[in-house]
Design a protein around this ligand. Structure first.
Ligand code: NAG
Ligand code: NAG
Ligand code: NAG
Ligand code: NAG
Ligand code: NAG
Ligand code: NAG
Length: 392
């Protein structure tokens, strides 16, 4: 069964299927990230499949919920909530979260359509439609279905054209064929030794907007067997991807700034802001508070921009200080969710972004074991990296 079949299954089984069609058709925009989780003991000891789809549009989609908890309807819940909206209305990120009984034997590659609502993209991205690979057969090593690698991203990140900035998520190796019709933006360079997507000072003529399209893949650490419910077994080697999920965002190269020093125009993170890739833990029902602090002398810090679970609550607590609070529910025990944020400052009408920081939050008291390694694919480049965001 393919992913589109899963989505079809989903809207056939939701009691009020009109609502679900409405959900999908109202999510105009492009996918920022997709995460899949599976978990045992949803209904009658069957496992659940949770799909979190972060969708980036100009306008927020109004809150919508649909679902039913009866076997006749398939125990499906689906909702759309706003994650964050940029203060001047530049973008809105919505989360579509669906939970359903994990369908049997689903394996396949599918695509999720995207709408390009961002004007003036300078590189040829072809299309914002993205690939997704899902395999819901039983893994011999974890004795359950695979979960996708997890990551997220805010819709737009900015850097002045004369400054240097590292997005320290990635390490690249050359490869091919993985991502159709998307050219890696020429203004980003890929350093395999430092695991970094780097932007360096560039000509004024390169100012503008660039689409960045990544696919994150996870691979077993050793040979494993995938079992269908009918007993069919398939061996996957460490070269076979278990899942592929997208990360997509827009890089905006702004006009030059008179000083690239962090803390002048560009906000500089201060303690106790967690380090990039920090791993945080919080048990069920206990509120995790992430404190974020930033400073800028020549601009005014205006807002925190973040991507994460829709029920994370952000508050401005003072000049340049913010909190993000999130309380996991019992059904999220053992999950790891990614959060990413930047602090935005203004000087006259000009916007400045801090570095991007991403942290993972695991529900529980310690790190879960990870049975997978991860790979990121960007344009025609392939990278191997164990990311900060573990798949379980
Ligand atoms: C769960 O078990 C109950 C009682 O055996 C049964 O009526 C129901 O159909 C089952 N639900 C599913 C989704 O299998
Ligand atoms: C996966 O396989 C293990 C062992 O073969 C079994 O105990 C477990 O119930 C299976 N899980 C699912 C979701 O089929
Ligand atoms: C893994 O599986 C491949 C393909 O079946 C096989 O060629 C290889 O020898 C296996 N490796 C190990 C360590 O079992
Ligand atoms: C979490 O809170 C819910 C609702 O208050 C409660 O039913 C549940 O038992 C709590 N779980 C834990 C692990 O504390
Ligand atoms: C935090 O923000 C929420 C809405 O975003 C608001 O309802 C709540 O009162 C704020 N809490 C504090 C402590 O400021
Ligand atoms: C969480 O993980 C631990 C260790 O892997 C496991 O014993 C426990 O059953 C898991 N809890 C849930 C709710 O999945």
């Amino acid at each position: 069964m393919s992913l589109s079949a899963v989505l079809l299954l989903l809207h056939l089984t939701v009691c009020n299927s009109q609502n679900f069609d409405f959900f999908l058709s109202n999510l105009n925009g492009f996918v920022g990230a997709i995460n899949f989780y599976t978990k045992e003991k949803y209904v009658n000891d069957s496992s659940s499949l949770t799909i979190r789809l972060m969708r980036n549009s100009q306008y927020c989609t109004p809150d919508l919920s649909s679902g039913c908890q009866e076997s006749s309807c398939g125990y499906v819940s689906a909702l759309i909530r706003t994650v964050d909206q940029e203060g001047s209305g530049e973008w809105c990120q919505n989360e579509l979260r669906t939970i359903l009984l994990s369908p049997n034997n689903v394996v396949g590659l599918s695509s999720i359509p995207g709408v390009n609502w961002v004007s003036g993209i300078k590189n040829n991205i072809g299309s914002w439609t993205t690939a997704v690979l899902i395999d819901l057969r039983n893994r011999s090593d974890t004795r359950k279905e695979n979960s996708s690698p997890q990551s997220t991203m805010i819709p737009f990140v900015r850097v002045p054209s004369n400054c240097r900035r590292d997005f320290s998520l990635l390490m690249f190796d050359p490869d091919g064929d993985e991502c159709n019709a998307c050219d890696p933006p020429s203004v980003l360079s890929l350093s395999s030794s430092t695991c970094t997507l780097s932007f360096g000072p560039t000509a004024d003529s390169n100012q503008g907007r660039y689409g960045v399209q990544l696919l994150m893949e996870d691979f077993p650490r050793k040979n494993i067997t995938m079992s269908d419910t009918d007993g069919t077994k398939t061996i996957l080697t460490p070269n076979d991807a278990l899942s592929k999920v997208p990360i997509q965002f827009v890089l905006i190269v702004d006009p030059p700034v008179s000083s690239c020093t962090e803390g002048d125009f560009l906000p500089k993170f201060l303690p106790p802001t967690p380090a990039n890739r920090a791993r945080l833990y919080t048990p069920v029902n206990k509120t995790l508070e992430i404190s974020i602090s930033a400073d800028a002398q020549s601009s005014t810090i205006s807002e925190l921009l973040f991507s994460g679970p829709y029920d994370a609550i952000q508050n401005k607590t003072g000049t340049g200080t913010f909190t993000l609070r999130w309380t996991p529910s019992k059904s999220q025990d053992n999950y790891t969710l990614p959060f990413c944020f930047v602090v935005q400052a203004l000087s006259k009408e000009t916007k400045y972004h801090s570095d991007l920081r991403c942290v993972s939050v695991t529900v529980g008291n310690g790190a879960p074991a990870s049975a997978s390694t991860f790979v990121l694919v960007m344009g025609s480049f392939l990278s191997t990296l164990i990311l900060a965001f573990p798949s379980i």
